[in-house]
Write a protein that binds this ligand. Sequence first.
Ligand SMILES: *Cc1c(COP(=O)(O)O)cnc(C)c1O
Length: 221
Amino acid sequence: MTTIEENIYNLKLKLPSDVRLVAVSKTKPAGDIIEAYNTGQRYFGENRVQELLNKKDLLPEDIEWHLIGHLQSNKVKYIVPFIAMIQSIDTYKLLVTVNSEALKINRIVDCLLQIHIAIEETKFGFLMSELCENLQSCDISGLKNIRICGVMGMATFTSDTNKVKKEFGYLRNCFQSLKDCYFKSESYFKEISMGMSGDYELAVQEGSTMVRIGSLIFGER
Ligand SMILES: *Cc1c(COP(=O)(O)O)cnc(C)c1O
């Protein structure tokens, strides 16, 4: 077994079977992705559109690509034809753009709402107050070519596990209020994407359904 294969096996042993592993392959070459693919891994995450476009043509078609990084509206059209999930929806405008590009090619694109949970860091994402305002005042049910499947968040990068736990707990609460207020009858609104190499165990304890792990699989970047 190669190191990458071994890393994936070890990680899967630790993850509950109902938590999905998204292997974050940003900055890593196609050959590394194939090694992961050979273990049966099919979900891969990239954070830059151009890099994703360059790699995907070199790789098997049954890979499910997740976009996890900040997405500019003018790049949406390049990924909408093939992307399995856009995890980093951070404005209402972006949601509308994804919907209209998806409509053009008659596709329905799965999305997650990225929520700003790291108190001390300026990271992309909705503030919960702003998100609820959007959901109240805009007719998202009119956006027929997207499916909002849940939420995504990144905790503060710190060794303070209490703080990280709190932030993940906050994201879980956000998920629950959104579910109760706006997505009660949408069975597909069920994902809480949280947890990276350094904090995935805490994220799983706090109810993560999907972890996004890069360096623990592919090594440091
Ligand atoms: C890079 C990245 C990850 C993975 O980070 P690691 O610490 O390497 O596991 C997860 N989520 C997002 C949004 C990222 O940009």
